[in-house]
Design a protein around this ligand. Structure first.
Ligand SMILES: [Fe+2]
Length: 479
């Protein structure tokens, strides 16, 4: 009150009161009221003319500048602040006046009289009654304390996050939106063998990418950037060139505005699991090959039959655009489709003449025998059902169950067609090879009747492409 009162007296004494009119008195009172009001506001308030000269300031502003208001009026920022700051303030005010647009809450650092201040400033153009720009009005707030407290909290939070990342046993990285690497933790350095210095800042291809696999990594990276990825299994190579497998999870990190700022990636090392899995697959492969060859050693004339049927079945499956898992399934089933023949006497299997009805009925038991042998092995796929159905035909004329059309699985239909084509192309004890032309004629003629039309078309395409032919298989391969 005493400050305001003092100011009021000073201004009053300087004002021309000689007219003494009531209206003028009222205006003067309003002016004092306004001055009193702004002098009581702790923010820095000022009004400048078009040439950025102060024409009014409040007490807080005068105190900040360390002078009396009457000594500041008529001066500019250049009389108080460093040149670079003053130039920017002046430029902001000119812009606000030119564009008739206020500048709100612009936060800047100001060093004044050796002290650092963080100032949040708003500048608004002001006008006369006709709408002409007269200058700018400004209100600024010293937010140094708040900023320091926020910075300190932020620093504390950053240090906390950093400590978690640095001590995490999981390899973690942060990628910028332009795909350059921003951060990797020590666990990531350990897994890849590359130092943070060697990785940070790099754009794809990464140093740990396996050469020649860019066509796998790049599309996955694009998908990850658009929607993130979860537990994607990928192989990489460490600095010494040793392959390792990881499950990659990549999630977007968003800023306050909701926009993606970074991508956070986590690797889970699954090398051991993968190696074990591969070892098991290899073992399984060996078992399947052994089982497959046991039955063929009992019938030298059909040696390699299952192997050749497998090769053709896989090609038909690929032509039908089946996925990798389905193809794996078909491969196993084709390798074992005649396993049930193990129960048939070699004298019948290798008989160099037509079979009697009894003998043929014995032969016809092999799908069921194969089913019984395989049904207790857990292959991840119902291999036994395909073995059981590989002699079923579209019109129900097949065996053992006389299934029709959709009752027969696609896998069994594929192996069925490959089986017929391979058998007709091979020599038998009772006849020479009938040749590929006759084999393809057989499936073409009975397309839709005995054989699935799509499977027949796919098989014809495989041979038409010229890229497939049955390899000669040496009997010794199966002994
Ligand atoms: Fe068969």
């Amino acid at each position: 009150m005493n400050k305001t009162g003092k100011n009021k007296t000073t201004v009053k004494n300087r004002l021309p009161l000689n007219e003494g009119s009531r209206k003028f008195e009222e205006q003067i009172n309003q002016y004092y009221l306004l001055q009193e009001f702004i002098d009581n506001i702790p923010d820095y308030i000022y009004i400048k003319d078009k040439k950025n000269r102060f024409i009014m300031i409040n007490r807080a502003m005068a105190d900040f500048l360390g002078s009396k208001p009457e000594n500041i009026i008529g001066k500019t920022d250049f009389d108080f602040f460093p040149d670079d700051r003053s130039k920017e303030y002046s430029s902001d005010e000119k812009q606000a006046m030119k564009e008739h647009r206020p500048i709100i809450d612009k936060v800047d650092k100001l060093t004044y009289k050796g002290k650092e201040h963080w100032i949040s400033a708003s500048k608004i153009p002001w006008y006369d009654r006709e709408g002409n720009v007269l200058g700018t009005m400004g209100i600024s707030r010293d937010i140094t304390t708040r900023k320091r407290s926020t910075d300190s909290r932020l620093k504390e939070s950053e240090e906390f996050s950093q400590s978690i990342l640095e001590n995490s046993p999981s390899p973690i990285y942060v990628m910028n939106i332009d795909k350059s690497m921003r951060y990797v933790n020590p666990a990531f350095e350990k897994l890849t063998g590359f130092t943070a210095k060697e990785i940070i800042g790099t754009k794809p291809p990464r140093p740990y990418w396996i050469k020649g696999m860019e066509n796998i990594y790049t599309p996955n990276l694009e998908i990850a950037l658009s929607k993130g990825v979860n537990n994607l299994e990928l192989p990489f190579a460490n600095k010494k060139g040793k392959k390792f497998w990881v499950e990659v999870s990549l999630k977007p990190l968003r800023g306050d505005d909701g926009k993606i700022k970074y991508m956070l990636g986590i690797f889970t090392d699954i090398t051991e699991r993968k190696n074990t899995y591969h070892e098991l697959e290899k073992t399984l492969d060996n078992i399947i090959n052994t089982l497959s060859s046991i039955v063929e050693t009992r019938d030298p004339y059909t040696s390699g039959h299952q192997k050749r049927v497998t090769l053709l079945s896989v090609e038909i499956a690929k032509e039908l655009k089946l996925d990798d898992e389905k193809i794996k399934f078909i491969k196993i089933a084709a390798q074992l489709h005649d396993i049930g023949k193990i129960n048939i006497p070699p004298s019948i299997l290798s008989k160099p003449a037509s079979l009697s009805d009894v003998e043929f009925n014995i032969i016809k038991s092999h799908p069921q025998t194969g089913f019984n042998i395989i049904k207790n092995i857990n292959f991840r796929f119902p291999v036994e059902n395909v073995i059981l159905q590989h002699h079923e035909r579209e019109d129900g004329s097949g065996y053992p169950a006389g299934l029709k059309g959709r009752e027969i699985s696609l896998e069994a239909k594929i192996i069925g067609v490959a089986d017929v084509v391979e058998a007709m192309c091979s020599h038998r004890p009772y006849r020479p090879s009938l040749g590929i032309k006759a084999a393809l004629n057989e499936i073409k003629t009975n397309k839709g009747k005995l054989y699935d039309p799509d499977v027949v078309d796919a098989c014809l395409k495989v041979f038409k492409s010229g890229k497939f032919s049955f390899p000669e298989v040496n009997l010794r391969d199966f002994l």
